[in-house]
Every structure is written in structure tokens, then in C-alpha cells.
Design a binder for this molecule. Structure first.
Ligand SMILES: Cc1cc2nc3c(=O)[nH]c(=O)nc-3n(C[C@H](O)[C@H](O)[C@H](O)COP(=O)(O)O)c2cc1C
Length: 208
């Protein structure tokens, strides 16, 4: 399997006298919130990450977490449930993925773990550069992120440590439209996206 899918084939490289200076095809980065809540802090983080993506990134916010069926190995075969097939195709065509998840009862939310389980059979995360933002205030959600690290490790994902960040976001920092206005928070989220994009660009074109 090849990272970057058809994008790699259309890669354009600018040359100056001293060699290639930029790769112009956009990087596809998939952004996934682990929360289904309407005014979710994690949802606001991925929305901000999409807004603040570097110029060479095409950010896609995944919105069908709540539509995925319960993972059942008996259904993990052709034809896959439509939502699961779409999720796998999205990740397999991506250059990177960023997660932002809450912790429920000391672990990952069931719906988010369900999404991750659907990715395993398709090896959709295998060698994919991935990172997470933990927006929980007061040092929360440590166990969820320890669990996330185990799942990503088993799935063979390429965790980009420099892009994994604790960026505390208080609930009242999210306005009625689900937007985070705070400049310091936005700047930190932009930094995580930049680190992930840089890692994805370095890995682009490699074999998965
Ligand atoms: C059922 C439930 C269990 C929770 N358990 C934990 C927990 O174990 N650790 C933690 O840090 N926060 C826990 N929380 C707090 C949530 O992680 C926190 O409210 C988070 O901001 C929710 O994310 P969201 O705003 O994106 O929905 C829990 C919340 C709920 C509703």
C-alpha cells in the first residue's frame, strides 16, 4: 500500500538553482474528534485545526463518528458497511490524521474506540503519520491518551511525538458556534498542525 494515494502521483516540485524548494500538491490531513457532544471542546479543536492548517494542507473534518455501526468482525468483509468503507478510504488516501478526544471513565469514549476498531482490519492507520491534541483542562484525559497510544501502536500508526500536544481548552473558550477565539490556544493548535504537516511532508512518497 502506498501513502498519499493519487496525490503522490501528481506531486509537483519547484526547482531553483540549488535544487527542489517546495512540494506543491496539498497534504490531505484527516481530523477526527472523539466526542459526539454538540458543543464539544474536542470538536471545536478539530474545527480550529482545519481553519489553521498550513497553506499546503487540505484538512478534512470527519463527521460520521455517530453513524458507524458497532464494530463486528463478522461484518469486517466485503461489502463493508458504507460508513466503514468511507472511513477506511479517507484514511488510506490521507497523508496524516489528527485526533482530539475526551476521556470517559478512564479510557477512550466507546464511539471513538469503535471508529479505531473499524480501521484495524483495513490497516488504514498503518504507517500513517498521526498525532493528537488533548484539550482536557487540569491534566485530565491522561488514561484516554495512554489507551490511544496503545491502539495506534497496535495499528502500526506512525505517532509524530512533536505534534502530540496538551492544549487545555476550557468549556467557556468555545463559543455558541463551536469556535475557539483565544489567540494563545489557536496559535498552539496551529503549531500542532504545522508539526504534523511537516512530518507528513517528510514521509510523503514512502511505502506504507
Ligand atoms: C460519562 C463521562 C465520563 C467522564 N470521565 C472522565 C474521565 O475519566 N477523565 C477525565 O479527565 N474526564 C472525564 N470526563 C470529562 C470529559 O472528558 C470532559 O467533559 C470533556 O471536555 C468532554 O469533551 P467534549 O467537550 O469534547 O465532549 C467524563 C465525562 C463524561 C460525560
Amino acid at each position: 500500500m502506498r501513502r498519499g494515494g493519487s496525490l503522490a502521483a501528481s506531486l509537483l516540485i519547484d526547482y531553483e538553482d540549488d535544487g527542489p524548494v517546495s512540494e506543491k500538491a496539498p497534504l490531505d490531513i484527516v481530523l477526527i474528534s472523539g466526542s459526539l457532544r454538540a458543543r464539544s471542546v474536542n470538536g471545536a479543536v478539530v474545527a480550529a485545526a482545519a481553519q489553521l492548517a498550513p497553506f499546503n494542507v487540505h484538512a478534512v473534518v470527519y463527521r460520521r463518528l455517530g453513524e458507524l455501526p458497532h464494530f463486528n468482525p463478522d461484518h469486517d468483509r466485503d461489502p463493508l458497511p458504507e460508513t466503514a468503507a468511507e472511513l477506511r478510504a479517507l484514511l488510506e488516501g490521507a497523508d496524516a490524521a489528527l485526533f482530539s478526544t475526551p476521556e470517559y471513565a478512564g479510557s477512550l469514549p466507546g464511539s471513538f474506540k469503535n471508529l479505531l476498531d473499524w480501521t484495524v482490519g483495513g490497516a488504514s492507520l498503518y504507517r500513517l503519520p498521526v498525532a493528537w491534541i488533548n484539550p482536557s483542562a487540569h491534566g485530565g484525559a491522561r488514561d484516554a491518551h495512554a489507551a490511544l497510544r496503545i491502539v495506534l501502536d497496535r495499528a502500526g500508526a506512525d505517532v509524530i511525538e512533536a505534534a502530540c500536544m496538551d492544549i487545555p481548552v476550557a468549556r467557556d473558550a468555545v463559543d455558541d458556534d463551536g469556535v475557539i477565539a483565544d489567540d494563545a490556544i489557536r496559535s498552539a493548535i496551529a503549531g500542532a498542525m504545522r508539526e504534523l504537516a511537516e512530518a507528513a511532508l517528510r514521509r510523503r512518497g514512502g511505502e506504507r
